[in-house]
Design a protein around this ligand. Structure first.
Ligand code: SF4
Length: 290
């Protein structure tokens, strides 16, 4: 079988259920769905549901696995994003997931998954500091594609977290805030999957310029796939306009890149598209991709 890679063999050994994400959703919804059919319903503290998943430590890859992934990445350099996603679905679904901050790239990938495999588990790291427009976009995406982006949250609410730390941690230690409210949550979700997709593009910033199509993500212990690595910002927006893909209205108000509201500002003419993220600090990434 084409998928008999070492990574997949190990997956089969540990996968006890056909759809590993189902238990992430079931605990958050009495009907076992993630608000499907009811786009306004919020997962009720989905994060606490995931706490019950045993996390046995971050997986590592062998030299053989790393080489295989590097070969696949090279082979997929000339493939379209849809071909890359089809490859990922064929090899990793249902242990394939996608994390999205509901940026334009994520919305484009969701539109592709809707045609390729709409059952892929898509989730958002809901820090508690997202713009209302971002959360509203999640509902528009669900209405258009039937894909409900699950909200994965940290253990502590914003109120609990700030009370425990004497105020907003994004003001005093944004790296720690991102770690507690994003990285830890992704680690918890990643333990249930073998591969994840991201919307990273090489032209977004110098730190993303060498992003491979496929790589081993040692931080989270799974394969990382970036189907839009070769696309430009223009490519993404052309697709959005051609297909009427829903996008965040803040993009029309000077926000090319949108994260949490305390750490995002609009950018001026000529500024880098990620210049509005953690503006005024040396921080450029939240830690998910570095
Ligand atoms: S982007 Fe800002 S508010 Fe959001 S998790 Fe990171 S530091 Fe905290």
């Amino acid at each position: 079988m084409a998928f008999a890679t070492p990574i997949i063999r190990r997956s089969v050994e540990v996968a006890m259920v056909r759809y590993p994400h189902e238990h992430l959703r079931v605990a958050g919804h009495a009907d076992g769905r993630s608000a499907a059919g009811s786009t306004t319903a919020e997962p009720s503290r989905a994060a606490s549901a995931v706490k019950s998943v045993p996390v046995s430590g971050v997986r590592t890859a062998t030299a053989e696995e790393l080489q295989w992934l590097a070969d696949q990445s090279q082979r997929l350099e000339s493939a379209s994003p849809e071909e890359i996603l089809r490859w990922a679905v064929e090899r990793y679904f249902p242990r394939f997931t996608m994390a999205t901050g509901l940026g334009p790239e994520g919305c484009v990938i969701i539109s592709m998954l809707a045609k390729i495999e709409p059952r892929v588990y898509v989730f958002n790291l809901d820090t508690g500091y997202q713009f209302p427009e971002t959360l509203a976009l999640r509902e528009r995406i669900a209405e258009k594609y039937g894909i409900v982006v699950d909200l994965q949250r940290p253990e502590l609410s914003v109120e609990e977290y700030e009370a425990a730390n004497g105020g907003p941690v994004y003001k005093t230690d944004p790296d720690r805030c991102c770690f507690d409210r994003k990285v830890r949550v992704l680690q918890r979700v990643a333990a249930n999957f073998d591969a994840w997709a991201t919307g990273i593009r090489r032209d977004q910033s110098p730190t993303r310029a060498n992003t491979p199509i496929v790589k081993w993500d040692a931080k989270f212990g799974l394969v990382k796939i970036s189907p839009l690595a070769n696309w430009t910002r223009k490519d993404v927006w052309r697709r959005i306009m051609e297909e009427g893909i829903p996008y965040n209205p803040l993009h029309d108000q000077g926000y090319p890149s949108i994260g949490c509201w305390p750490c995002t500002r609009p950018v001026g003419d000529g500024e880098d598209e990620r210049a509005g993220r953690w503006s005024g600090t040396a921080k450029t990434e939240c830690g998910l991709h570095t």
